[in-house]
Design a protein around this ligand. Structure first.
Ligand SMILES: [Zn+2]
Length: 159
């Protein structure tokens, strides 16, 4: 079984290549992948589809459900800050670069123990530094960890 995130590319029309599908049935169809997404929450499913299937039209729906999740934390102070936080954290998560600390390996050795990389929280991604005042910096870190957990739970939910 390949990583479900690789299968999500089947949902993207741009991934359909007549040269590779001609003359035979693909083993896994887009309908199969869609069925695998069925048990996920809307937020989980949208995150995977926007990030890995290139479904840009669902970005605003994903943003809305992520924004609502952040508002539910009670972070209402600061004019427009929750909107900014939702956008920054989501953009970082969807369009990542490789983590400088672990070189994308997601792990680190601390006191002779293999642990999740503390810089990227085990995601392998590089985060852009944003000039946000406390408490927003801490909240952005929370968002990064939560999005990584959300994606992992979504992938686990597809298996
Ligand atoms: Zn790292």
């Amino acid at each position: 079984m390949p990583d479900p995130r690789e299968l999500l590319a089947l949902l993207a029309t741009k991934s359909i290549d007549p040269a590779t599908t001609f003359g035979g049935e693909p083993e896994i169809t887009p309908a199969d992948v869609a069925a695998m997404l069925a048990p996920l929450t809307q937020c989980q499913s949208r995150l995977l589809r926007v990030k890995y299937a290139g479904e840009a039209q669902d970005y605003h729906l994903l943003w809305s459900s992520w924004f609502i999740k952040l508002m539910d934390r009670g972070w209402s102070e600061g004019d427009g800050m929750v909107e900014k936080l939702a956008t920054i954290s989501l953009e970082e998560h969807i369009s990542p670069n490789r983590c400088w600390a672990c070189k994308g390996t997601k792990g680190a050795m601390i006191a002779n123990k293999h642990v999740d990389c503390p810089i990227c929280y085990g995601s392998g991604y590089k985060y852009v530094i944003h000039d946000m005042q406390d408490p927003w910096n801490g909240r952005l870190e929370w968002c990064r960890r939560e999005l990584q957990k959300l994606e992992q739970a979504a992938v686990d939910g597809m298996r």
